[in-house]
Unconditional design. Sequence first.
Length: 133
Amino acid sequence: MEIDHASMESSGETIHTEGGEFGQSVSRLRAQLEPLISYFGNPASDEAAQIFRRGEDGHPGFDSAYEDLSTALNNLGEAYKHIGSAVVAMSTNVKAADWADMVDTNAYVNDLIELSQRENDEISVPTTPVEQS
């Protein structure tokens, strides 16, 4: 199977970047919403606000739903970043596997690698005299 590593790495980096941008957008929206929450009533003194904010009869209220949504949005942004990093890592791993496979199947490359890994062995030097003209 032929893999376009440049495209794969570019896509992975783009996905990672989009995760960061998604997180920034969520943070901006949260910053806009936070000041409005106090207008949803004071659950300590207002029964309607208490039902709305804390829920009733086993049903979650706004505060619980808002916390769950915030957690889910944070997880989604982080997932994008991790998926992008994993795509780049997958490309790198496939390149390494391709190289290892090529070395195993190509005897000439394998011989060159073995030659490069020699340590302090004797290298033959030609002894044929050279004539200068």
